[in-house]
Design a protein around this ligand. Structure first.
Ligand SMILES: Cc1cc2nc3c(=O)[nH]c(=O)nc-3n(C[C@H](O)[C@H](O)[C@H](O)COP(=O)(O)OP(=O)(O)OC[C@H]3O[C@@H](n4cnc5c(N)ncnc54)[C@H](O)[C@@H]3O)c2cc1C
Length: 350
C-alpha cells in the first residue's frame, strides 16, 4: 500500500497515476471533505491533458493565454489555458480515484512522519512508501527539514463579468502589488487577487472600478524557491509540500501534475524521482532569476518596457523593439530575464 498525505491537486494526481500503474493507494486528508485551497484556478491546458482524468467538465473558461497589463498598455503571451472550477475538479478526481479502487480517509490529520511510521490522529501506521502532498504548510516536509521562500496571495471571487474573458489578465502596477495582481475570468464570476495584502487588493478593486458582490474571500502562501531535498528511499514530497511550483508565474497546479507523472514513473526508485525533478525544465534557474528581477523592478522601468511591446504578442517581439533601451543596458537585461522566464513558463507549465 502506498500512502499519500493530502487530497489537493498534487495528492490526487499522484494517486490517479499510481492506480493506473496497478498500485494500491490510500490518501489521508485532514478535512472532513474536499476543500479547495486559495487559488486563481488558472492553468495551462497542456499540463491538464497529461492527467489520467478527463478535466474538461470542470473547466469554467478556456483562455488564449496571458494578457500582461500596465496602466493603458498591454502585451500578450499566448498559450491554451483554462480557468478551472477547482472545487468540482478535485471532487471529480476523488470520485474517479474511488471508482478505480483508491481509498481515501477524510478527517485524517497527519501529525508527523518518521522513517517508520505515519502518525495519523491518535494512531500510527507503518509504511513502506509515503508521499507528502500536504500543501504549503506541510508537516511531511519536516521529514527532510526543508525550508522554502513564500509569497502571500489574497483573492476575492467576484460576481462580475471580466472585461476580457479570453485571457488571464496580469497587472504589474506597483500601486497594487510588488509582484502582480490578477483577474481570471470564470463563467459568471472572476477571481481577482494580488500577491500582497487585502488592503492592496481593495485598492486594486477601486482602481479597476469593480464594485460587484464578493462571493468568496481567501488567502494563502505560495512556495517560490526550490527545495534542497524531496525524496529518499521511502518518502517523497510533491506539490507545494516540495515547493514544486513555478517560482516565476507562481502557478502550482501544472507543476504538481507534471511532477505527479514523474513520481509515479519512479515509484520503485524514489531517489530517482528527486533527481528527475532537479534536472527537469520546470527547475530551470531562469524562473528564479525572472522572479527576482520582477520583484525588484519599479513602475518607471515597467512603463518603459511596456512602451516597447505595447499591443504585441510576445512571440512577435524582436530585439529591435527594445532599441530605445540601448542606453539602458541594465533595464534591457531585466527585460531579457523576464521575457525568458515568461517564455519558459508558457512552454513548461504555468
Ligand atoms: C491566492 C493564491 C492564488 C493561486 N492561484 C493559482 C493559479 O491561478 N494557478 C495555479 O496553478 N496555482 C495557483 N496557486 C497555487 C496553488 O493553489 C497551489 O500551488 C496548489 O494548490 C498546490 O497543490 P497541492 O496539492 O500541493 O497543495 P494543496 O492544494 O494545499 O492541497 C494540500 C492538501 O493536503 C491537506 N493537508 C494539509 N495538511 C495535512 C495534514 N497534516 N494531514 C492530512 N492532510 C493535510 C489539505 O487539507 C489539502 O487538501 C495560488 C495560490 C494562492 C495562495
Amino acid at each position: 500500500m502506498i500512502y499519500i498525505i493530502g487530497a489537493g491537486p498534487a495528492g490526487l494526481a499522484t494517486g490517479l497515476f499510481l492506480l493506473n500503474k496497478g498500485y494500491e493507494v490510500k490518501i489521508f486528508e485532514k478535512n472532513e471533505k474536499i476543500r479547495s485551497t486559495a487559488c486563481g484556478e488558472g492553468c495551462d491546458a497542456a499540463s491538464l491533458s497529461i492527467l489520467p482524468f478527463n478535466s474538461l467538465p470542470y473547466i469554467a473558461r478556456k483562455v488564449h493565454g496571458v494578457k500582461c497589463v500596465y496602466e493603458n498598455m498591454h502585451f500578450y503571451a499566448r498559450m491554451d489555458g483554462v480557468v478551472l472550477d477547482r472545487q468540482k475538479w478535485l471532487e471529480g478526481m476523488v470520485s474517479e480515484f474511488r471508482t478505480r479502487g483508491g481509498e481515501i480517509e477524510f478527517g485524517a490529520k497527519i501529525k508527523k512522519i518518521d522513517d517508520k511510521y505515519i502518525y495519523v490522529n491518535d494512531r500510527k501506521i507503518e509504511y513502506e512508501i509515503c508521499i507528502g502532498a500536504d500543501g504549503c504548510c506541510s508537516v511531511a516536509k519536516e521529514y527532510f527539514g526543508n525550508k522554502y521562500e513564500y509569497k502571500v496571495g489574497c483573492q476575492y471571487e467576484i460576481e462580475f463579468d471580466a472585461e476580457d474573458k479570453n485571457f488571464l489578465e496580469i497587472y504589474f502596477d506597483r500601486k497594487f502589488s510588488n509582484y502582480y495582481a490578477w483577474i481570471f475570468p470564470k463563467k459568471e464570476s472572476a477571481n481577482v487577487g494580488v500577491i500582497g495584502k487585502f488592503s492592496q487588493l481593495d485598492k486594486f478593486l477601486e482602481a479597476m472600478k469593480i464594485k460587484e458582490r464578493i462571493i468568496k474571500k481567501e488567502a494563502g502562501m505560495i512556495p517560490c524557491s526550490f527545495a534542497p531535498r524531496i525524496s529518499d528511499k521511502k518518502v517523497a514530497l510533491i506539490g507545494d509540500a516540495a515547493a514544486i511550483t513555478n517560482p516565476f508565474s507562481l502557478g502550482g497546479i501544472s507543476p504538481a501534475i507534471r511532477a505527479a507523472k514523474i513520481l509515479a514513473d519512479n515509484i520503485e526508485n524514489l531517489e530517482n524521482y528527486g533527481r528527475e525533478i532537479k534536472k527537469h525544465p520546470m527547475r530551470n534557474p531562469i524562473l528564479l532569476k525572472g522572479r527576482k528581477v520582477l520583484e525588484r523592478i519599479n513602475d518607471k522601468e515597467i512603463e518603459e518596457l511596456f512602451r516597447c511591446v505595447n499591443g504585441k504578442d510576445i512571440s512577435e517581439i524582436k530585439y529591435g523593439d527594445f532599441i530605445s533601451l540601448l542606453k539602458r543596458p541594465r533595464l534591457a537585461l531585466k527585460a531579457y530575464y523576464i521575457a525568458q522566464a515568461l517564455l519558459h513558463s508558457l512552454k513548461w507549465g504555468w
